[in-house]
Design a protein around this ligand. Structure first.
Ligand code: AMP
Ligand code: GLY
Length: 415
C-alpha cells in the first residue's frame, strides 16, 4: 500500500507497530505504536493534517478509529466500526446473509448456551468447523479432519469458546478449491480486483498447520487456472448483494471488501468476508495495479468511485520468507538482502525491524518475494531467482506457483 501511495505522489504519514523498512523508505513521517492505540493514531492524523486516511490491518477496524477520523472531517477509505462487523463478527456476517437470502451461504448455527451447542453437535451427522465469533489473526478456526478428528474434540473446543467469548459459530465443513476475491467498494459501487489464491498451510502440498498465509498467486487473465469466469461472477454477485444489504441496513461498506470463497460441487460458497486487503493476496494485486491508488481511495471515502480499476495483464507469484518453525514454534533470526532495489522482482518487508539490507525477524512473517510475468510458472521462476539474493535462517514454501503445484490442483479439481 505504501509503495502504491508513493507512486501516486503522496506524502505518507505511517502509524505502524514495527519500524518497517519498506514503509519507512516511502514515509515522510512515522508513528511507532500499538496498532490498536487508536487515540494516538487519531491525534497523529489530526496533527499532521492528513488529507485521507486508510487502514491496513483488521484489529484497527474493531476500534473507534475510523468513526473518529470521519467525525473529525478526515476522509477515510475504510469501513466504519459497524460496517467492519462483516469481518469482526462472524455471526453477524452469517445472519446478514440469511436475513437477505444472499446465495453462497452455508449451513451454520451460533450458540451462547453450552447445553444447546452440545445437543446440536450430538445430533449433527456431517463434518463441521468451529469458529470463534471475533478476530483471531487467522488462527482460531478449527476444521474437522484437519485440526480435530473426533466430534467430541470439536465439541470440547466449541464449549471452550463459549466459556471464553460467550458464543461460538459452527458451520458445515465444505470441500473444494478456495479462492479470494478483493474489491474496492464505495458503499454503492463495487470494482473487482484479480482473483487470487492464498496458501495458508505451512508445508508444501498444503500440509501442516494453518498460518497467516505462506504465499499467493494471481493469473494474467485475472482468473485462476482452476476457477473460471462464472465462479468469479458468482463470487462478485455475492459480495455486491452483501454491500447492497449493508447499505439498506444503514451501514454502507466503504473500503476494501475481501471475500474468501470455496468452489464446491454445489457451486460457489462464501467462507468469510473481510473488510481490508488480504495478506498476502493484497500484495499480489497492488503490485500490478495500474490506476492511481490515491484517486481510488478518495473515490471510496467520498462514495464517488470510478466504475473500473486497471490491473496489468500479468501473473504474480508471492512467497513469504518466514522464521523457521513459523506456524507452530517460530525461531526468529535475521536476514541479509543483496541489492534490495532489484527491478525484475519485488521484495516487501513484513513484520520486521531493520534496514532494507538487513532485517531482524519477529515471530511473524518476514519478507514477501513477488515475481511478475506473463504466466504463473514464469513468475514463480522470478521468485526462485530472487531467493538467491536473500541470505539467512528462514523458511519458505518453494512449491507455490510451480508447474507441479498447478497440475496437482487441476488433477484435484477433476477428481
Ligand atoms: P478463516 O479464518 O475463517 O479464514 O478460516 C481459515 C480457513 O479455515 C479457511 O481458509 C478455510 O481453509 C478453512 N475454513 C473456514 N471455514 C470453513 C468451512 N466452513 N469449511 C471448510 N473449511 C473452512
Ligand atoms: N489471506 C488471509 C487473510 O488476509 O485473512
Amino acid at each position: 500500500m505504501a509503495r502504491q501511495l508513493h507512486l501516486s505522489g503522496s506524502d505518507i504519514y505511517a502509524a505502524m507497530g514495527n519500524r518497517n523498512p519498506s514503509i519507512s523508505r516511502y514515509a515522510t513521517s512515522s508513528l511507532i505504536c500499538s496498532e490498536v492505540d487508536w487515540e494516538k493514531i487519531l491525534e497523529y492524523a489530526i496533527q499532521n493534517r492528513v488529507d485521507l486516511a486508510f487502514i491496513g490491518p483488521d484489529p484497527v477496524l474493531a476500534t473507534p478509529l475510523v468513526d473518529s477520523l470521519i467525525e473529525k472531517g478526515i476522509p477515510t477509505a475504510s469501513p466504519s466500526r459497524s460496517a467492519a462487523r462483516i469481518e469482526t463478527d462472524k455471526i453477524f456476517m452469517r445472519d446478514m446473509l440469511s436475513r437477505h437470502r444472499i446465495p453462497g451461504n452455508i449451513e451454520n448455527q451460533s450458540f451462547e448456551s453450552e447445553a444447546d451447542c452440545r445437543k446440536w453437535i450430538s445430533s449433527y451427522d456431517g463434518e463441521f468447523v468451529v469458529k470463534p465469533r471475533g478476530l483471531t489473526g487467522g488462527k482460531g478456526v478449527k476444521v474437522m479432519g484437519d485440526h480435530f478428528s473426533s466430534r467430541q474434540e470439536g465439541m470440547d473446543y466449541a464449549l471452550q469458546l463459549i466459556r471464553k467469548d460467550g458464543s461460538v459459530l459452527i458451520e458445515e465443513k465444505l470441500s473444494g478449491e478456495e479462492f479470494s476475491l478483493q474489491a474496492f467498494s464505495d458503499g454503492s459501487r463495487m470494482v473487482a480486483m484479480p482473483l487470487a489464491q492464498d496458501y495458508k498451510r505451512s508445508l508444501p502440498g498444503d500440509r501442516g498447520p494453518n498460518t497467516g498465509g505462506m504465499g499467493s498467486i494471481t493469473d494474467h487473465d485475472h482468473l485462476l487456472p482452476f476457477i473460471d469466469r462464472s465462479s468469479r461472477d458468482a463470487a462478485l454477485d455475492i459480495m455486491r448483494r452483501v454491500s447492497n444489504a449493508m447499505q439498506k441496513e444503514g451501514m454502507p461498506f466503504r473500503g476494501i471488501m475481501y471475500g474468501q470463497f470455496m468452489l464446491t460441487r454445489s457451486g460457489t460458497k462464501l467462507i468469510e468476508i473481510n473488510a481490508r486487503f488480504a495478506d498476502p493476496e493484497g500484495i499480489n494485486v497492488l503490485s500490478i495495479l495500474e490506476d492511481d491508488l490515491v484517486e481510488i481511495l478518495f473515490g471510496i471515502a467520498g462514495g464517488s468511485m470510478k466504475a473500473e480499476a486497471r490491473f496489468a495483464n500479468k501473473a504474480t507469484v508471492l512467497r513469504y520468507a518466514v522464521p523457521r518453525g513459523y506456524g507452530s514454534d517460530p525461531l526468529p533470526g535475521s536476514i541479509n538482502i543483496d541489492d534490495p532495489g532489484r527491478r525484475d522482482a519485488l521484495i516487501y518487508y513484513a513484520s520486521v525491524n531493520g534496514t532494507l539490507n538487513h532485517v531482524e525477524m519477529t515471530k511473524s512473517r518476514t519478507l514477501a518475494l513477488v515475481g511478475i510475468a506473463d504466466s504463473i510458472r514464469e513468475a514463480g521462476l522470478k521468485v526462485d531467482a530472487l531467493v538467491s539474493h536473500v541470505h539467512g535462517d528462514f523458511y519458505m514454501r518453494k512449491d507455490i506457483g510451480t508447474e507441479e503445484m498447478l497440475s496437482e490442483k487441476m488433477k484435484h479439481l477433476k477428481d
